[in-house]
Design a binder for this molecule. Structure first.
Ligand SMILES: [Zn+2]
Length: 228
């Protein structure tokens, strides 16, 4: 992560040479770099499972938003200066890697790096789909305490089993997050808790839920799986 910080800070110096003093883009970039320095260990923790890809994602975050802004400006469009600091603080609050850097899988070299890294465990984090062979190799794990309200025999259970969980998650309004285990800070695994089974090696939380936690998750799942 040190190299990522160095890179984005070096670019700040270059930016300073390109724009006039007090330029809003420079000010926003500088504030972003400062915020990144403050929340460095948080970012490190959140992106840990991305391995070698993690520093590249951080650099990409800055470069991508600069790029979008500069391209729009060149076209004469009226765009706001990217608020790096706000985006970083949003990431800190919602911990959604796909919102932080939604576009990395489009970049061939980064997609390659991601394929060689283990899957992230962050809440709703984007991860490359496992190859069919890889997922077959991992053993299935049944949830023996599966909440009956999610069983396929119920109307709601039918919805819960429809489509990909990630597709449901993508539809959620901003700021609505999967409940976490307050002790481990890990996201509850929806495959395990709502669909009743998951696979060995899953990084999300499978820990048994107490009554309050089960209710919290049920309320969340109602919002999630009742979406159109
Ligand atoms: Zn799981």
């Amino acid at each position: 992560m040190v190299e990522a910080l160095d890179q984005v800070d070096l670019y700040r110096v270059r930016l300073a040479l390109m724009v006039t003093a007090g330029n809003p883009l420079y000010t926003a970039y500088e504030a972003g770099v400062q915020e990144l320095q403050l929340m460095r260990s948080f970012v490190e923790q959140q992106l840990k499972s991305y391995g070698k890809l993690a520093p590249a994602l951080v650099v990409l975050f800055f470069q991508h938003h600069l790029d979008v802004y500069i391209r729009a400006k060149v076209k004469g469009e009226d765009v706001d200066v990217p608020n790096f600091k706000k985006m970083l603080l949003n990431f800190k609050q919602h911990r959604k890697v796909q919102d932080f850097v939604p576009m990395y899988t489009d970049i061939p070299i980064l997609a390659t790096l991601s394929a060689s890294s283990p899957s992230p465990d962050a809440s709703g984090a984007t991860r490359p789909p496992p190859s069919p062979a890889a997922s077959k190799a991992r053993k299935r794990m049944k949830n023996n305490k599966w909440d009956a309200r999610y069983h396929k025999s119920t109307a709601f259970g039918q919805k819960v089993h429809k489509g990909k969980i990630q597709d449901w998650l993508n539809k959620l309004p901003e700021g609505v997050c999967i409940p976490i285990n307050p002790t481990t800070k890990k996201t509850r695994c929806l495959s395990f808790h709502a669909r009743g089974e998951c696979r060995e090696g899953c990084q999300r939380c499978h820990a048994e839920l107490n009554e309050t936690e089960a209710e919290e998750l049920f309320v969340f799942n109602q919002q999630l799986f009742n979406q159109e």
